[in-house]
Design a protein around this ligand. Structure first.
Ligand code: SAM
Ligand code: SF4
Length: 379
């Protein structure tokens, strides 16, 4: 397995206290110092801070926001949506761009430094370039977007001009017929063309998301590694998660990150890339030892990174969700639509983060699949 060391378990917060904290909060009370709890011990519910960074009750500071702008999509990937029968939000249920901008401004004030626009497919929502410009004007350190790449060819330049920094493009096979089977409505050539357009627009380094499903595309691990070496793009192998709308996920369909690393390592030795300090990105990074580029693995199932998770999500209809796998959501649309002030939005954000569980609990006997699938949450 080359120079890859065996996967290390990330530190996870040990206590599984799943109660939603209902905290009486007085705005303007004195701030409390928040020290991240390396032990994973839960802080007292009464100590939810009302100033300072966005912190949960395990001391995890949250600075990464995913904003879903639509639950609609022009594709129907087998691991995400059913072929037919998906119901979508009505237009008036979606958060307006103005409201998203307002929410993002409040989040920025609470220490959120990076934003990723996603969906569903974000490029199917009209006005997406204006939204990106609005978010860019807020001044995040990082502003990125995840797309299936079908329309990025025409959007790459305007998005970059609007202030987008980076894109992740999903692409699960390098074989045209298989690509079409997995994504049901997609065309590989078009997505590969989009990758070139993105790079030409300066949206680099380009990350390519590959969801591996055992028996479907796991025979392409080496081909994708070669693709990374040939193109300089960072291929990220993502473990299939129980977030498919058809609820057909099975554990034996998951291709463990360790298997990806050993398969690639047998061809080209890999070396771990030290994580950027303070950046608990979900992908564990590796570089080819001969300098041939980089890959990543997102091992949400076999090697959960909950202990360092710093991520929160805003769904397309304006709910704050603190974990992909938790159905606990707090609506911010309701606050926005009744004319609530920024302080109320901030408080809703703090409450949502404070209520985050220790981990996704997928390995625990009482684990329940979330009621909403990936495209409805925002991946
Ligand atoms: N439509 C865009 C796309 O496909 O890139 C953005 C939204 S999509 C929900 C975001 C990411 O989630 C994609 O990389 C997709 O492959 C991934 N994804 C969707 N369903 C998944 C699942 N069940 N397990 C793991 N990843 C999944
Ligand atoms: Fe659409 Fe992305 Fe889900 Fe595929 S993964 S169906 S492109 S939202």
């Amino acid at each position: 397995m080359g120079r890859v060391s065996p996967p290390q378990a990330e530190p996870t917060a040990p206590t599984r206290d799943v109660s939603r904290t209902s905290v009486p909060v007085t705005l303007g009370s004195r701030p409390r110092a928040v020290t991240p709890h390396r032990s994973g011990a839960r802080l007292s519910p009464a100590s939810m801070p009302v100033e300072g960074p966005l912190v949960d009750s395990f001391g995890r500071v949250h600075s990464d926001l995913r904003i879903s702008i639509t639950d609609r999509c022009n594709l129907r990937c087998v691991y995400c949506m059913p072929e037919e029968g998906m119901t979508f939000l009505a237009g008036d249920e979606l958060l307006s761009f103005e409201d998203i901008g307002r929410f993002a401004t409040v989040a920025r004030g609470l220490g959120v430094t990076s934003v990723r626009v996603t969906g569903g497919e974000p490029l199917v929502r009209r006005g997406v370039v204006d939204l990106v410009a609005r978010l860019a004007a807020i001044g995040f350190e990082d502003l990125a977007l995840t797309t299936n790449g079908t329309s990025l060819g025409r959007f790459a330049q305007p998005l970059a001009a609007a202030g987008l920094r980076r894109v992740n493009i999903s692409c699960d096979s390098l074989i045209p017929e298989r690509f079409a089977r997995i994504r049901r409505r997609g065309e590989l050539a078009r997505v590969l063309g989009s990758m070139e357009s993105a790079e030409a627009a300066g949206l680099a380094p380009l990350k390519v998301n590959v969801v591996l499903v055992a028996g479907v595309n796991d025979d392409e691990i080496v081909d994708f590694a070669r693709f990374a070496r040939d193109t300089g793009r960072i291929v990220r192998f993502i473990e299939f998660m129980p977030l498919d709308a058809e609820a057909s996920w099975r554990r034996d369909q998951v291709v463990p990150a360790a298997e990806v690393l050993s398969t690639i390592g047998a061809h080209w030795p890999l070396e771990p890339v030290a994580p950027i300090a303070g950046d608990p990105a979900p992908a564990t990074r590796y570089r080819f030892a001969d300098g041939g580029g980089e890959i990543g693995v997102v091992a949400s199932v076999t090697r959960p990174f909950c202990g360092t998770c710093n991520r929160l999500r805003l769904t397309a209809e304006g709910s704050i969700r603190n974990c992909l796998f938790s159905d606990d959501e707090l609506s911010v649309r309701e606050v926005l639509r009744r004319g609530g002030g920024d302080e109320e939005i901030a408080l809703q954000l703090r409450r949502a983060v404070w209520g985050k569980r220790a981990g996704h609990g997928m390995d625990e006997p009482d684990f329940l699949r979330p009621s909403r699938s990936m495209s409805m949450i925002g991946g």
